[in-house]
Design a protein around this ligand. Structure first.
Ligand code: AMP
Ligand code: TRP
Length: 342
């Protein structure tokens, strides 16, 4: 199927589960902002239905959803230019997910590494929703006929499954209805690692707060975490090759490059030969200059909850203009009798 049949449309989502961090910013949000200025319709989503696949305290979930919305706006998403929504306000996501539950196969879901990681040893006790998580994610994307999905490296497998679902639906029903979505996994920071352990990704759920830079950290906290970040005793190399066996050093250089919108080679041309005692303060200054304005703006927006709630309500209204017809068409294809006017 030619891609040109579909309007260029970007969709991506983040779970409102608290502790938004530098990995979310560089791997996702900053790139959402970059795509906003190009020739795409852009839709960004707080995936609250995905969040509850593992237990969430209701009060925390509400707060985290509004905080994530504030984070999107503070990072540069313009709610006029983009559509900002929380998933549960656009019911077509969950409705299409049901159809996809019936298209996807158990075996596909069982292969997902996120399922295996999150369910752990006790799969029998994991929620059914956690197992079906990737079908809902496919629905998030395909209910807009989205063509491009910017995400971090960890979501690659889910996007391949999204394509598999689209292909199987189109094949089973003999239609050319859902697009084969392109993952957009680009830049120096598609996988930001923990500051305490270069073999683990920076994550919301790491018990060590020192492992991540939160978007709500103030300048002192950011500087302190970078000062304490794990490194090795060598000076920085002048070429990317010299970072191959040095995961912690590579991570800090990648972060610098992404924050400063440079390539790793450009950064190393400047800092090659420097010790970490010199590089870390440079990185801390850069991180503070980029992140402190975001945390200040997030705090300001969080004092204005009504404004956030209106943005989400307006976003869902706009979103449903796209999703309702696509869901109806899907139901028609599947053979669901439509409501007639009475
Ligand atoms: P999540 O926090 O799991 O909802 O992830 C939201 C987005 O941030 C997804 O696009 C992830 O791929 C991205 N992301 C999460 N953690 C990282 C990380 N450590 N490095 C780069 N991207 C990340
Ligand atoms: N699974 C994604 C994550 O944890 C979040 C997500 C849900 C998503 N639906 C999506 C990302 C649709 C991109 C597109 O990071």
């Amino acid at each position: 199927m030619s891609e040109s049949a579909f309007t260029p449309r970007v969709f991506s989502g983040i779970q409102p589960t608290g502790n938004l961090h530098l990995g979310n910013y560089l791997g996702a949000m900053k790139r959402f902002v970059d795509m906003q200025g190009q020739d795409f319709e852009t839709i960004y989503c707080m995936v609250d239905l995905h969040a509850v696949t593992v237990w969430q305290d209701p009060k925390d979930l509400m707060k985290s959803t509004r905080e994530l919305c504030a984070g999107f706006i503070a990072a540069g998403i313009d709610p006029e230019q983009s559509i900002l929504i929380n998933q549960s306000q656009v019911p077509e996501h969950a409705q299409l997910a049901w159809i996809f539950n019936c298209v996807a196969r158990m075996g596909w879901m069982q292969r997902m590494t996120q399922w295996k990681d999150k369910a752990g040893k006790n799969q029998q006790n994991a929620s059914l929703g956690l197992f079906a998580y990737p079908a809902l994610m496919a629905a998030d994307i395909l209910v807009y006929h989205a063509t491009h999905v910017p995400v971090g490296e960890d979501q690659k497998q889910h996007l391949e499954l999204t394509r598999d679902i689209a292909i199987k639906f189109n094949h089973d029903y003999g239609v050319d209805f859902f697009p084969e979505t392109e993952p957009v996994i680009e830049g120096a920071a598609t996988r930001v690692m923990s500051l305490r352990d270069g073999s683990k990704k920076m994550s919301k759920s790491d018990v060590s707060d020192a492992s991540r830079i939160n978007l709500t950290d103030d300048a002192d906290a950011i500087a302190k975490k970078i000062r304490k970040a794990k490194t090795d005793p060598e000076a920085l190399p002048s070429e990317a090759k010299g970072l191959e066996e040095r995961p912690e050093a590579r991570n800090l250089v990648n972060i610098y490059a992404a924050l400063n919108e440079q390539s790793v080679d450009q950064v190393l041309a400047d800092v090659g030969g420097k010790q970490f005692s010199e590089f870390k303060p440079m990185l801390a200054d850069l991180a503070v200059s980029k992140l402190a304005p975001i945390s200040t703006e997030m705090a300001r927006l969080m004092d204005n909850q009504d404004e956030i709630d209106k943005i989400l309500a307006r976003g869902s209204q706009r979103a449903r203009e796209i999703t309702a017809p696509i869901l109806r068409k899907t139901y028609d294809i599947v053979g669901m009798v439509p409501p007639v006017s009475l």
